[in-house]
Design a binder for this molecule. Structure first.
Ligand SMILES: Nc1ncnc2c1ncn2[C@@H]1O[C@H](COP(=O)(O)OP(=O)(O)OP(=O)(O)O)[C@@H](O)[C@H]1O
Length: 229
């Protein structure tokens, strides 16, 4: 079976000379389709940098990254943009919703940009909002929603184009622990029911505990792995 994501001897350095920082250091990994993986580790250990490399948002200094069997490091930027639009969903700590748009409008925006018809947009946005349990809140703007509800809108937006991989960078970082667990549960359940691979970088041990596998990072490397592949 082709891995959803794979990396071989991936290195990412920032700067050069004396000020060079090796944020990711010789990482090799393989993540199966539908797996839920958490990158954990201290601040500065390289979680976000690795997440960005796996998502094709950044390119390695050396080494290779594969997304569903396609090698990303040599892929032209135009193809990477298409891949990110069609195959990948992103969720961030700060939700990233557009304040003037309702929850529904935030969720259907990526489909609008992709040129989908209004009928299909409406159906898919409503389905995505149902999936995260926000059916009754679709007309609300972000400031009328709690932090947890805003993150649910962000998850619905990330899933509306039916991606195969969801990347979440500190998705519970601005939430209390109970709300964080609800969000973690939604990510896990949606991943399992729709076969979406989920990769999250997190300091939240409760969220990490929900993952199938935890990759513990230290100084840019994977120091240990906990959980079955
Ligand atoms: N664009 C950049 N330019 C220079 N150094 C960078 C850049 N991005 C990250 N770094 C450095 O790379 C290292 C790893 O950073 P990264 O953000 O990946 O860690 P992290 O584990 O996600 O940290 P946190 O948990 O605080 O978000 C850090 O030393 C950081 O300062």
């Amino acid at each position: 079976m082709t891995a959803a994501l794979a990396a071989e001897s991936v290195v990412r350095e920032f700067g050069d000379g004396d000020s060079a920082v090796r944020a990711v250091n010789e990482v090799t990994l393989s993540i199966s389709p539908g797996e839920f993986v958490a990158l954990v580790g201290r601040s500065g250990s390289g979680k976000t940098t690795l997440l960005n490399l796996l998502a094709g948002l950044d390119r390695p200094s050396s080494g290779k990254v594969w997304f569903e069997g396609r090698e990303l490091s040599q892929m032209p930027e135009r193809d990477l943009v298409g891949l990110r639009r069609d195959r990948i969903g992103f969720v961030f700590q700060s939700f990233g919703l557009i304040p003037l748009l309702s929850a529904f409008e935030n969720v259907e925006l990526p489909l609008h940009i992709a040129g989908m018809s209004w009928r299909d947009r409406r159906r898919r946005a409503n389905e995505a909002l149902d999936l995260v349990g926000l059916t009754g809140r679709s007309g609300h703007r972000p400031y009328e929603l709690s932090g947890g509800e805003q993150q649910r809108v962000a998850i619905a937006r990330a899933l509306v184009a039916d991606p195969s991989v969801l990347f979440a960078d500190e998705p519970t970082g601005e939430l209390d622990s109970v709300t964080g667990q609800t969000i973690g549960g939604i990510m896990r359940d949606i991943g399992a029911s729709r076969g979406v691979t989920v990769v999250t970088a997190t300091h939240d041990l409760l969220l990490a505990d929900m993952a199938d596998r935890r990759l513990q990072m230290a100084d840019g490397s994977i120091a240990s792995v906990d959980g079955a592949p």
